[in-house]
Design a protein around this ligand. Structure first.
Ligand code: NAP
Length: 232
């Protein structure tokens, strides 16, 4: 039986690498992103390595686009085994709690929180059909309450909210073999992480791929970095 994974924001950075690593493990990956040319380009690259991939245009802020994609997944595959909520933004105007405009927080929430929420609401009923699901939320230690600090309120609060959503939904599917976890990839050299970041996207993707492939008795509703549980 072929497992199907949907990765959001898979056209570059950590998302690309998660999609590639899942493909290497024999998963059929729905490589999604908001720009058709970009997703088709990366899907072609992966196909050259004999990976099974399908490019999909998915802007996580567009509810109609989400509906369309889930109709496609249901009609074409009839199942979804893995969902990686990777797509996110970190706006340069997101400076500190005193001068960041509320609209920056709103925009960041739309992509980093509301989008993944809508997608999970569509994914979980499909996962329930086969009593199997793995959901990975790409979070960040910047959203961890226990080390919360100043700066970047939109991004930080969005990741705190994403973590809360991990716990809420994990509780709601407990006992159904649907495992939902958050992870922090570390500081990774991507467009978001910048050139000074010490980690490669390959390293940043590792824990997400591990969580996407958890065995049936694996953890649910936890927060990880480098395969180890960390504090919220
Ligand atoms: P990135 O290089 O900026 O890539 C972000 C991806 O998200 C891109 O594919 C982008 O697509 C996509 N995206 C943005 N808005 C979207 C939307 N509305 N719909 C669909 N896709 C959208 O970021 P990254 O560093 O790979 O980060 C991946 C994840 O890791 C994020 O959740 C981030 O918060 C988290 N993270 C990263 C770091 C780090 O150091 N890099 C640290 C902690 C956590 P476009 O190409 O179309 O813009």
């Amino acid at each position: 039986m072929e497992r199907i994974a949907l990765v959001t924001g898979a056209n570059r950075g950590i998302g690309f690498e998660i999609a590639r690593q899942l493909g290497i493990k024999g998963i059929h990956v729905l490589v999604s992103g908001r720009n058709r040319e970009k997703v088709e380009g990366v899907a072609d690259l992966m196909k050259k390595d004999d990976l099974k991939v399908t490019p999909l245009v998915l802007d996580v802020t567009d509810p109609e686009n989400i509906d369309r994609i889930f109709r496609f997944i249901t009609d074409t595959f009839g199942r979804l085994d893995i969902l990686v909520n990777n797509a996110a933004i970190f706006l340069s105007k997101d400076r500190n709690g005193l001068d960041t405009e509320a609209s920056v927080i709103e925009d960041t929430f739309n992509t980093n929180v509301i989008g993944p929420f809508r997608i999970k609401q569509r994914a979980i009923p499909i996962m329930r059909r086969h009593h199997y699901g793995r959901i990975v939320n790409l979070s960040s230690r910047m959203g961890a309450i226990n080390e919360m600090s100043g700066g970047y309120p939109g991004y930080r609060i969005s990741k705190t909210a994403l973590n809360a959503m991990t716990k809420i939904l994990a509780a709601e599917v407990r006992g159904e073999n649907i495992l939902i976890n958050s992870m922090c990839p570390g500081w990774v050299k991507t467009e978001m992480g910048g050139q000074n970041a010490p980690r490669t996207p390959e390293k940043g993707a590792e824990t997400a791929v591990w969580l996407a492939m958890l065995p049936d008795n694996g953890p649910n509703g936890k927060f990880f970095r480098d395969h180890k549980e960390i504090k919220w």
